[in-house]
Design a protein. Sequence first.
Length: 223
Amino acid sequence: MYIGDVNEAVPLCDRVLSYMLEITATRGRVGADMRTAIGDFIANAASLLRNDLAGPPLADVFDKSRLAGITLSQLDAVRAKAVAEAPKSVGALLVKNSMINFTLVVEGQILATTTFVSHEDAQTMKLRMNDAFAPMEEVAADDMDQMTYRALVGLHAAITFFLIETARPLPRMLNYQFFSPSIPTLIAAYRLYSDAGRADELRAENKVVHPAFMRPMGKALSN
């Protein structure tokens, strides 16, 4: 990479990766590994970028973040931070796009181990991932970067297929309404499911402040 590109890319990496470190829990051994990976990359970024060796250690940073427990929402925030960058040099733009693409890869890995409880949750995630992938697929197509484009489309297709297959057997969310103005969650669960043990599920789904006072209208799983 040319020195001018390196000079622009290094602070860009510093800003995005420091932000990732700021919003991600880094406790324990896995957290220490993530901090070390990010610190090493930032410290050696100029040399790595100048010699076109930044790819593997940058991929390792994102993999370490996954092991440290970074969430989908946190990855969305990291991606938004990178998207907000406006580099002028080709090299820095390439680094920016690479970090965005790495967030998509890690999100796919996290989704593969995620348990969905309702059809709507899986469908909502599918739409969310469509919105995340579409801009980067367009960028790769505009740049005529066939390898990156095919990789993005393949990953996007795999995630979409997984979410469709995951959603297929899941119960749907339904609206309910009781005549009583307020009832305990235990009674509501018994009336809806014939199982008072699902009271906590109803409380979580409907953001009930106190289990003794559940709103007469809300959402419940179809089974």
